[in-house]
Design a protein around this ligand. Structure first.
Ligand code: 26A
Length: 356
């Protein structure tokens, strides 16, 4: 039997969304910033029961890397994408598994026995901003031993593209390193998403350890800025320079250059390569480096919420990459899925599938 082409790894989470009509109240109550992603501290812990009981909520499949897996699956043939992460043996897990199955993502979860529960993310919306407050629960119990399970080892052996969410560095640097080193030593492509500003800020050591094994790094403008600050770059270093510096950072497999992609919401996406003419296979950047890709306009009244848009950009990019598309096409598909996601409640795409 053929194995999936793409493997994504991350924290499987169920998103519990509060819409903009009630969002600001909860931002204030729990002292959350309107556009941020954090790990819940003690003071945030009551938020999950509170919103479930007192607000009108939407439950949607989440977890950054899991969203990206569904995004990649959108553009690839059936059963091309697998996803690993750790969950509890509960209803939340069943909801996530069903969402993956409906979109042809193979869930190769590590299932923790009770009382461990599947992780959750409170998504508090206000205007076009989203505040993500996460309790990882079972997700942080992932162990590297899962990578050696026969089903997973088989997927790892067959996959050609590996995607790791930066969020995993909060607890699982060992597994990230093992997966990335294995993949990279076999000549496979390793993609990492910075995920949130707090990753370069507070998990810099772990990030620096993983970065040499990364072929393609994806992040947004605030994550790139947080990296620049953590790395001691001068204040106000232009984003294009940050991307160029990140591309040039040390690499274990120096014969394969690194590509760095920085999205900026509705503003243009930047792509920098450490060696434009020999970039990973079909990802050459000969004309301009870094290169700027304008983002097609999306009318404000078409935006439902922005939760998951960055993950779906990454999913579209990754799927197109696995299809063998060139860089311009990969970015274009990424933009399309990011925008499609903005028109849906939560990290979702349009079904029946639209042509992208
Ligand atoms: C460790 N943290 C904080 C997280 C996350 C996360 N996924 C993994 N780990 N915090 C939020 N998310 C997910 O990000 C998506 C939007 O990009 C949310 O579940 C949401 O679906």
């Amino acid at each position: 039997m053929s194995t999936p082409l793409v493997l994504c790894m991350g924290n499987p989470l169920l998103d519990i969304q509060v819409d903009s009509s009630e969002g600001p109240k909860y931002l204030e109550k729990y002292d959350l910033k309107s556009n941020d992603a954090i790990l819940a501290e003690e003071k945030h812990m009551p938020i999950y029961d509170d919103i479930v009981k007192n607000a009108k909520v939407d439950y949607v499949a989440g977890g950054a890397g899991q969203n990206t897996a569904r995004g990649a699956a959108y553009v690839l043939p059936e059963k091309s994408v697998a996803y690993i992460g750790s969950v509890g043996d509960d209803d939340l897990m069943k909801t996530l598994r069903a969402a993956n199955e409906a979109e042809s993502v193979i869930s190769a979860y590590q299932v923790q026995p009770a009382p461990a529960r599947t992780g959750a993310c409170a998504v508090i919306l206000s205007g076009h901003d989203r505040s993500l407050c996460t309790t990882l629960r079972a997700a942080e119990l992932f162990t590297a031993s899962h990578l050696a399970q026969p089903e997973v080892a088989n997927i790892i052996a067959g996959a050609k593209y590996f995607y790791i969410e930066g969020y995993f560095l909060t607890h699982g640097v060992e597994s990230c390193l093992e997966l990335a080193k294995t993949a990279s030593s076999r000549g496979k492509t390793v993609v990492l998403n910075l995920s949130a500003p707090f990753i370069p800020q507070f998990f810099k050591v772990q990030l620096e350890e993983l970065l040499p094994h990364v072929d393609i790094l994806i992040g947004n403008e605030s994550e790139a800025a947080a990296y620049a600050e953590a790395a001691g770059m001068e204040k106000d270093t232009p984003l294009a320079q940050v991307a160029t510096n990140l591309a040039a950072a040390s690499k274990s497999n120096a014969s394969r250059p690194r590509l760095v992609i920085v999205t900026q919401g509705a503003s243009s996406t930047l792509v920098a390569s450490s060696s434009p003419s020999v970039s990973p296979s079909n990802l050459k950047l000969e004309d301009e480096n870094p290169k700027t890709y304008p983002v097609p306009k999306l009318a404000a009244d078409k935006i439902v919420d922005t939760n998951g848009a960055g993950d779906m950009f990454a999913g579209g990019f990754l799927g197109a990459l696995a299809l063998g598309k060139d860089l311009d096409e990969c970015i274009e598909v990424g933009h399309k899925l990011g925008q499609m996601c903005c028109g849906q409640i939560g990290p979702k795409l349009v079904f029946p599938k639209e042509k992208v």
